[in-house]
Design a protein around this ligand. Structure first.
Ligand code: BGC
Length: 786
């Protein structure tokens, strides 16, 4: 009785709260409806375009405000005014590690907190919408914007994107999920067509967007420059309406990437809300004419305006007054983040961490130690509030106990200048350990330009090799936004990948090098041995405006696994100063259904001497499938922290979509019956525990047979076999064996492997063309369980 009362009370309270939320929604929607009645056609169209570089259009007559959209997203790149481009004169803001670095943390909570801090800084800088995150897949190592994207894997990219959005939006600031979609190449970025098949598009390239939209509902999505399956991202109704709005239930608005509009009328019909930035009034005039000439229905425009105003009023209502940048706090947090993303790739003989017990003299070599590279080139460039330098930090924090020497090592403006190497060798030979800060200079990675190779400057490579001849404890500290080759790898003892670590990167790196923080980053992208080994090698960056996604869904580790190619470092890889043991894998059932799903649990133990964090990765492999599938795919991951000797139970819940592939013929996700192997490990190439299970599908999916389906397929299905027997009994009798369980005679194979449409002449007229169509019609609503 008491319990019943409790539930009723909870029900009433929650209904009341929902009623409250919807009551304020109703008030807003009524207000918007009224505004739409008062707006002229010209004003409605103007609202669907920017006011200038960074703001939406206000209509002062009706008190419709504007909101501020600002670049980033690993910091706020706020221009001094909305009508200024803001390159070089942007306001200072905290510069965090870029997306490729953040993803290496594999830490959803951390990325959420980064988003939260960015949201606070947006409030302080009067920004309503932060233009990011980018969740495009790193299809090729050559992609010029790879430093701005999370991963080669759709699940990791989607989860990182969702965490980032949820963090920013928790502060009453919107985001713009970009660049929608299949925007993976910079060469000819304004025209290139991503020629990608539907299955690959859905499984790999749309998946991160789908996850981010469903889990985080970004206020805006940015439609990309490129074409997808022949149609521009800004006017692609499959992407903007069918997928984003109808299937994923996106509630926000779509804005164009800057100058991405080609045909604004077509774009609006496809579901594009705002053209950014304001280019001129030419496009507005074209749209007004289209409305007046009946080419564009005013109802479509009203729908768009309604959604735009909903976001604009929401943004205004969530603005906070009097917020200040918390420069010191945010800088300290950026340092913590930089340490969390650092990825230890090699650590022979425990060359790291550096301690005063192990080493008396440390040689710091490489100009990056005094002139750090900490972010990428292009529209995402943030003006930092301050900038840490590794040499200063190391000297300040450890210089009392350890002798620190420095040599420049290379010339950042001349890749081939090796004149500084001899000097560097001298200090390396005189030290107990040499840290070589090297990697990719700014001009190597940029928005708008793809890379043509993945090598570091010749001077950096030579420097490392030469240092390693005089110092056995050589540690390479890499700074780069995306994979590089390491021709010197065998000669050095340690490699720490630090990515583009933001303004406090040097502090974070120091914390890891000197053991204050145990490294826990793992690669979110495969590092190949050589460019020729990479999946898109033959099809990147495309030709004459067409980019064939010929490797299909074999992107990243999916490709290396399938081709059995040994990468330099595999996806998911990263070392720690401790070790972890995996055991005790349990599944909730060895026979399950797609509806029930599966719970997987295991124990992870820290078997080393120091506290550390481990990224536990779960992969699913389909053992028998109608369609080709990758050897294994990442489906779940979690980052846990363990003290020495401590163990934790980790559990994951797998659902239907974790077993599914996208069937493009049937335009749906299918979880097929059969055996699956669930494996859990420390990287994609370091699986520690696994278990086989059987899944029984309960789905009923359309058979999708038509006049081009082969006779044999009709024959192999019990339901359609019956129909064939009705229409062409005589011809069938001639090709099958006797009896109730009649089978096609072996030598008749050739006769049954034709589309049904040919059977009027194959059966010498026993069936007519009209009857073929009748069969197709009868089969139209048939379903099967995959
Ligand atoms: C970039 C976007 C950016 C926009 C505004 C475009 O060129 O592709 O990522 O948000 O410019 O600067």
């Amino acid at each position: 009785m008491k319990q019943g009362f409790f539930y009723i009370t909870i029900f009433l309270i929650s209904s009341f709260m929902n009623a409250q939320i919807s009551a304020s929604d109703v008030v807003l929607q009524n207000k918007i409806e009224k505004l739409i009645e008062q707006l002229t056609i010209e004003e409605k169209v103007a609202l669907c375009s920017g006011r200038d570089d960074w703001s939406t259009m206000p209509i002062e007559r009706l008190d419709i405000p504007w909101i501020w959209l600002s670049d980033g997203p690993h910091g706020i790149r706020r221009a001094p005014a909305t009508n200024k481009p803001g390159y070089g004169d942007q306001l200072p803001a905290t510069c965090f590690p870029t997306a490729s670095a953040l993803a290496a943390s594999w830490d959803i909570d951390l990325v959420y907190k980064v988003g939260q801090t960015l949201g606070e800084e947006c409030q302080a800088l009067d920004v309503n919408v932060l233009l990011g995150p980018g969740v495009n897949i790193k299809r090729s190592v050559l992609g010029g914007r790879n430093f701005e994207y999370f991963s080669e894997d759709p699940i990791l990219s989607g989860e990182m994107g969702a965490a980032f959005i949820n963090g920013v939006q928790s502060q009453g600031v919107g985001t713009s999920l970009k660049h929608f979609a299949a925007n993976n190449v910079e060469t000819m970025r304004m025209y290139n067509n991503s020629n990608v098949d539907s299955r690959t598009l859905n499984e790999i390239y749309l998946k991160p967007f789908e996850i981010a939209v469903k889990k985080a509902q970004p206020w805006t999505v940015m439609a990309s420059y490129n074409r997808v399956q022949g149609e521009y991202g800004t006017q692609n109704s499959y992407l903007l309406t069918e997928k984003l709005k109808n299937e994923w239930d996106f509630k926000g608005i779509v804005i164009s990437d800057w100058f991405a509009i080609v045909d604004r009328v077509k774009a609006m019909k496809a579901g594009m809300h705002i053209e950014m930035p304001k280019v001129s009034t030419v496009n507005n005039a074209i749209v007004v004419d289209a409305i007046k000439n009946g080419i564009l229905d005013i109802a479509v425009v009203d729908g768009l305006v309604k959604e735009i105003l909903t976001i604009v009023f929401k943004a205004k209502s969530l603005e906070k007054e009097g917020i200040q940048l918390n420069i010191e706090k945010d800088h300290a947090f950026a340092r913590k983040v930089a340490a969390e993303v650092a990825t230890l790739l090699k650590n022979d003989n425990e060359v790291l961490p550096i301690t005063k017990e192990k080493y008396k003299k440390v040689a710091i070599i490489g100009e990056f130690a005094v002139n750090p590279r900490y972010q990428g080139n292009g529209s995402s460039q943030v003006k930092p509030t301050q900038l840490d330098k590794a040499l200063d930090i190391i000297k300040n924090e450890y210089g009392k106990d350890i002798k620190i020497t420095y040599s420049q090592g290379y010339n950042l403006t001349n890749d081939n200048d090796i004149s500084l190497i001899e000097e560097a060798k001298k200090i390396a030979a005189n030290a107990d350990v040499a840290l070589v800060f090297s990697g990719l200079p700014l001009q190597y990675e940029s928005e708008g330009i793809d890379r043509t190779h993945i090598n570091m400057p010749a001077s950096h490579n030579k420097l490392i090799n030469e240092i390693s001849t005089v110092q056995k404890n050589t540690v390479v500290v890499l700074t780069n936004g995306s994979a590089v080759t390491m021709p010197w790898l065998k000669n050095v003892s340690g490699v720490l990948e630090t990515w583009l670590g933001g303004q406090a990167g040097a502090g974070g790196i120091t914390d890891v090098l000197f053991g204050k923080v145990n490294p826990s980053g793992k690669l979110a992208e495969t590092f190949p041995m050589r460019l020729e080994d990479t999946p898109a090698f033959f099809n990147f960056p495309g030709e004459q405006g067409d980019v064939l996604y010929g490797e299909r869904f074999f992107v990243g580790y999916r490709y290396y696994d399938e081709r059995k190619i040994e990468p330099l470092f595999p996806f998911g890889y990263g070392l720690s100063y401790t070790n972890f043991e995996y055991s005790n894998l349990k599944v909730s059932s060895k026979n399950t259904t797609d509806k029930e799903g599966l719970t997987v649990s295991l124990t992870v133990k820290n078997i080393g001497k120091v506290k550390g964090k481990e990224v536990v990765q779960l992969y699913v492999s389909d053992q028998e499938s109608t369609l080709q599938r990758p050897e294994k795919e990442l489906k779940k991951f979690v980052k846990i922290e363990l003290n020495p000797g401590e163990e934790k139970t980790v559990s994951f819940k797998l659902e239907s979509n974790d077993f599914s592939y996208f069937d493009s013929k049937r335009n749906r996700w299918i979880a097929e019956s059969g055996d699956f192997v669930i494996s859990v490990g420390a990287s994609s190439r370091d699986i520690r525990v696994s278990e086989k299970i059987n899944l029984q599908s309960t789905q009923l999916v359309p058979l999708a047979f038509d006049e081009y389906t082969f006779f044999l397929e009709y024959w192999n299905n019990k339901q359609t076999r019956k129909i064939l027997l009705e229409y062409m009994p005589n011809w069938i009798r001639g090709i099958v064996t006797e009896g109730d369980e009649a089978e096609i005679r072996e030598y008749q194979g050739f006769m049954v492997e034709h589309p049904l449409i040919k059977y009027p002449y194959i059966t010498s007229g026993e069936i007519t063309h009209e009857q073929v169509l009748e069969i197709v019609e009868k089969c139209k609503n048939l379903t099967y369980t995959p």
